[in-house]
Design a protein around this ligand. Structure first.
Ligand code: NAP
Length: 256
């Protein structure tokens, strides 16, 4: 039904683990040429090797413009240009507001928000030449919709991505590049599994669909936004959370 994305050049920042790895796997399975970027080269290369199709890896840091320019150049040289940027790399160290240092705040904002800007800035010269330029941000429900103690910096960065997205979508419309965001709820990643069965069961009980999301659930939403058929959608968000943000109270959830 959808026009194939096979052969398209796709970058996934933070593609070595978790959600980014799921996004990279979904795009590679659809036949795209995928470049995974992360700071840990060995992990990124291991992830690329696990996937079918044309997937490779590069060591890159989203907080560093020169590193993002190297990433964009490499993607263009390996894959003949850049069509899709999945700006997914992110960090979420927990710290309560009263204890948070300025350095902790900067680390989260530099990676999640400034990193989004730098990745797009570096890829733009190449994406302008694509006939299907797509930027897909991995934001979160935390910040744009909900709050979670310990994550003021994280929530600000994730809500900030959406403010950035709306004006970026307008500015890049002249190149027919769309800019959209996926807002994941609680997604099962290596890190979350480490928190144990009880934690996962409690989390699942607070979600109307009664289970945590899979990394590929985010990958499919990103893939849709990258299709030719999604070309008239820009500056928008897709919440992928199993209904987690729907209940207005504990009673509402218990009535499900
Ligand atoms: P994760 O498993 O910790 O993976 C994070 C990825 O980002 C890794 O590949 C990591 O590799 C990379 N990364 C971190 N800092 C980087 C930097 N400065 N430059 C380049 N790469 C960097 O995290 P995740 O749970 O999959 O989260 C991925 C995205 O989804 C984040 O933006 C997060 O905010 C968002 N999200 C996650 C959830 C969830 O339930 N998991 C929910 C909502 C939103 P290196 O450390 O090797 O660089």
């Amino acid at each position: 039904m959808f026009t194939s994305i096979a052969g398209r050049s796709v970058i996934v920042t933070g593609g070595s683990k978790g959600i980014g790895k799921g996004i990279a796997r979904v795009f590679s399975r659809a036949g795209a040429k995928v470049l995974i970027a992360a700071r840990n080269r060995a992990e990124a290369e291991r992830a690329a090797k696990e996937m079918e199709g044309e997937v490779s890896a590069i060591k890159a840091d989203v907080t560093d413009l020169a590193s993002m320019q190297e990433l964009a150049k490499t993607a263009s040289e390996r894959h003949g240009g850049i069509d899709v940027l999945c700006s997914n790399a992110g960090v979420f160290p927990s710290a309560k507001l009263e204890d948070m240092s300025a350095a902790q705040w900067d680390e989260v904002l530099d990676t999640n928000l400034k990193g989004t800007f730098l990745a797009i800035k570096a890829c733009l010269p190449y994406m302008k030449k694509s006939d299907q330029g797509r930027v897909v941000l991995t934001s979160s429900i935390t910040g744009p919709i909900t709050g979670f103690p310990g994550w003021t910096h994280y929530g600000a960065s994730k809500a900030g991505q959406l403010g950035f997205m709306r004006t970026a979508a307008m500015e890049l419309s002249k190149y027919r590049i769309t800019v959209n965001a996926v807002l994941p709820g609680n997604i099962v990643t290596e890190g979350l599994v480490g928190l144990g069965e009880d934690y996962l069961a409690t989390m699942a009980a607070s979600i109307p669909l009664k289970k945590l999301g899979d990394v590929e659930d985010i990958g499919y939403a990103a893939l849709f936004l990258a299709t030719k058929e999604a070309g008239y959608i820009t500056g928008q968000t897709i919440v992928v959370d199993g209904g987690q943000t729907l209940p207005e109270s504990l009673e509402a959830m218990q009535a499900v």
